[in-house]
Design a protein around this ligand. Sequence first.
Ligand code: ACO
Length: 430
Amino acid sequence: MSSKNKSVNLTSDSSSIELDIKEASVGPSVVDLKNLYKETGLFTFDPAYSTTASCVSHVTYIDGDEGILEYRGYPIEQLAAKSTYLEVAYLLFNGELPSVNNLQEFRSQVKANMILPEQTKTLFQGFDESAHPMAMLTTSIASLSSLYHEGIDVKNYKHQKEFFFNVLGKTPILVANIFNHRNHTNMGQYDEDLTYAENILRLFFGGDTNYEINPVFAKALDILLVLHADHEQNCSTSSVRLAGSSGTNPYAAIAAGVAALWGPAHGGANEAVVKMFGEIESKENISKYIAKAKDKNDRFRLMGFGHRVYKNFDPRATIIREECHKVLNALENNNNPMFELAQELEQIALQDEYFIERNLYPNVDFYSGIIYQAMGLPKEMFTVMFALARTVGWATHWCEMMAQPKLKIGRPRQLYLGEERRNYISIDQR
Ligand code: ACO
């Protein structure tokens, strides 16, 4: 590699090419491969995109080796300690922290969109009681594209902004509808005097009773929303970008992100973790499950452990473990066997050679389900809460992509290993 002219040379038997290096503002720079195929006839092979930068972004930075996560340059620890979810949403979208007036205006714009069209309200009645909330969320967000489509110009900034506030305002109402539909309860009323997180709790639980918002729950929920708000080019955000790159309807692109988030290797891990704790049942069984996780003939994995990018620790997990303590201490009966099991499991795994060698640590989803469960949410709602928080990240990335001068459709290549049959065999000859 030449650092003077910032390029690398790639040489094969028949050709040699100089590839430019594009410098990052922080973190790894990238080798620009756009001319590789044209000049060498070769593609690159990176099946799960573990070393491929798919876009330029200014939103979120992660250093997985050091356990660093920053939104617009601000460390997640500071944002979780000092800001609120709406401030973070403003920061992600606008690139700067808001003034008091900015925040008030931003909140009003979100609030103005917290109303569902009649057609969307009735949509929920069509779902079976056993429908998974993520199926309902994917469908209901996608259904917004049936109402907001004609006249949307994805390259028009005004339209992008309208979409951003609409999806940010409507998602909490969709999520609250899903919760109340499953729970056979009425949705609570939004209250102008409450914070965003308090309002989420009010919408969920405030419909039928004199529900009193527990301030520790509200604070913990706000922190969870902040921690989940964005995570650069992960599976779901990349899905939003890839779907969006075709110029599709933006609500349909967000639905692609929700669908990708559902999987247990991604956001669905929070539900899978709590299921796993239920299966392990007691501390006595931990060693059996650790052995299963290490057994390559067994499909069992320690859910909530490991991360594609974090190879030291997930800074969000550290904050969430702390919040978990606070939430459980706020309960009258703070004896939580699941939390005790989780902590013991973490300790044992962290001392095990298998997990040490592979840099496997608890991720954001290891403890979040315990907090949601303490708040009264069923495990099927956990990933929906993740999606609620991540909508701002998805929408910000979609807007960032649309703001680029040229929208280019995402289109990976492949390494073809199938047959090469040039002569068709007619049916009577087979
Ligand atoms: N339990 C047991 N072994 C594991 C685990 C785990 N949770 N995670 C990774 N490994 C092992 C793999 O078997 C592999 O071992 P090998 O080298 O001997 O074959 C090695 O560690 C590397 O694992 P990969 O699957 O190649 O790592 P990858 O980066 O592709 O996957 C992932 C990351 C999907 C998060 C993985 O660690 C996992 O499945 N974790 C459990 C699910 C989970 O918690 N997902 C949430 C992630 S956070 C988020 O998306 C919000």
